[in-house]
Ligand binder design. Structure first.
Ligand SMILES: NC(=O)c1ccc[n+]([C@@H]2O[C@H](COP(=O)([O-])OP(=O)(O)OC[C@H]3O[C@@H](n4cnc5c(N)ncnc54)[C@H](O)[C@@H]3O)[C@@H](O)[C@H]2O)c1
Length: 403
């Protein structure tokens, strides 16, 4: 990602990673994505809840032994005491859901910028509390909804805002996976066993895990504000005790209708995230399995296929989100790196003394995290009442979030 802002620090930002040790999945993805553009380097971490495993993982991540900490508490305490020219700038949290709140609170209290995994928390009060902590600290908080970093997702957002589809009236988001069929209910999961424990995963399974991504994609691209939600969830596989399938219908403020379908029990579907938006002048379609194509259709006209291509980019923002010439595939790492890039710009603004949100805030924030947790809670309530419509009552958000 090409940054256009001045860099008063003239150095890489220093990253600490919590999680990612051993078999840990997404921590490693964070380490790769954060470093992709040479704007940050991983210099510290608490990679596991087990101090010994954390220290072992430090070596695998190329982190010098003294900064491979035994716990996140130790990391925050010691890093906060280091002189500014050594201490980490930001802390990435890629640990099981139930730990996000306590780690993020400790990091914010110590004055660090935070990049946090979704769902923000398992509990709405905690989500609100984190939002208050971010406001108090004035630091940057990035929520890791990486799909919002795809160039053509950003283009879809811009095309919709520019009215290219006319008046939007319907949106369909689906996020389909089939991975649960790979888990034998009789056997402990080899990785992410915590996802089978509601005390750790939270009160929802698939909806919290991938439905929060789908909901953010809907909000990010269309800016539509839900007015009421009806949800029906199901559990079709015995691998986990929580929902693994669900349909959500959202009635939005201007009469628009949106649906979100989530599944982790659809054989053979591999992170099949799709977005379809209908307007009165056109419709668009994007799928993560072909992230470099955005299809736009208009009645009685040939289908338009927009490709990710720096030369023909729709706007400077979209161009800045591309690294390679068209035809060389870019994917989920680059998308997450774009979200990091937005966060880095905000961190640099912060370091130059201006407010972190003084410039354009395109990366998902703590407010998106609160919305995601509220979305899950409202869906669970609706489902518990046989799909009853529940009004969306979260207060309106600041200027950068609503289009
Ligand atoms: N944004 C995305 O697309 C995406 C994709 C996958 C996972 N996630 C999220 O990332 C988080 C982690 O998921 P995962 O699939 O990597 O899980 P995982 O079980 O594969 O990895 C969790 C890691 O956290 C470590 N850990 C656990 N408790 C810790 C603690 N107290 N201190 C330090 N390290 C600790 C474990 O050792 C492990 O390395 C979850 O919140 C999940 O929802 C997001």
């Amino acid at each position: 990602m090409t940054s256009t802002i001045n860099h008063p620090l003239n150095r890489k930002l220093r990253m600490a990673l919590i999680g990612g040790g051993g078999e840990g999945f997404f921590g490693r993805v964070h380490a790769l994505a954060a470093g992709l553009d040479q704007r940050a380097e991983l210099v510290a971490g608490a990679f596991s809840s087990d101090p010994e495993k954390s220290r072992l993982a430090a070596a695998a991540f190329g982190v010098a032994a003294p900064r491979g900490y035994g716990s996140y508490r130790e990391l925050i305490e010691i890093e906060a005491r280091l002189p500014p020219e050594r201490r980490v700038d930001f802390i990435t949290i890629a640990t099981p859901n139930h730990t996000h709140f306590e780690i993020a609170q400790a990091a914010l209290k110590a004055g660090f910028h935070v990049v946090c995994e979704k769902p923000l928390t398992n509990d709405l009060d905690q989500a609100h509390e984190l939002a208050r902590s971010v406001a108090r600290s004035g630091t940057v908080f990035v929520l890791a909804h990486g799909y919002s970093g795809y160039p053509l997702v950003r283009q879809a957002r811009e095309m919709i805002a520019a009215g290219e589809l006319g008046q939007v009236h319907a949106v369909r988001v689906a996020y389909l996976q089939g991975g649960l069929w790979g888990i034998d209910p009789g056997q402990p999961a080899s990785r992410a066993a915590w996802k089978a424990d509601p005390a750790k995963a939270g009160p929802s399974g698939t909806l919290a895990d991938i439905g929060t991504h789908a909901f953010h994609l809907l909000r990010f691209t269309t800016g539509l504000k839900p007015q009421a939600i009806s949800a029906t969830l199901a559990r079709f596989h015995a691998a986990r005790p929580l929902d693994d399938y669900g349909h959500v219908v959202l009635r939005c403020g201007g009469g628009e209708l949106a649906t979100i379908t989530v599944s982790q029990v659809t054989h053979g579907r591999l992170n099949d995230l799709s977005l379809e938006v209908d307007g009165n002048r056109g419709s668009l379609q994007w799928r993560q399995i072909e992230p470099d194509r955005l299809v736009v259709r208009r009645h009685s006209q040939p289908v338009q296929i927009h490709e990710r291509n720096r030369r023909t980019a729709y706007s400077d923002t979209v161009r800045a989100a591309c690294r390679l010439p068209g035809g060389h595939p870019e994917g989920v790492l680059e998308a997450l790196a774009n979200v990091y890039g937005d966060g880095f710009d905000a961190m640099i603004r912060h370091a130059s003394g201006s407010s972190a949100d003084a410039g354009p805030v395109i990366h998902p924030t703590v407010a998106d995290g609160v919305e995601g947790v509220y979305f899950v809670q409202l869906c669970l309530t609706s489902h518990g009442e046989l799909g009853t419509w529940k009004p969306w009552q979260l207060p309106s958000r600041g200027r950068q979030h609503d289009q």
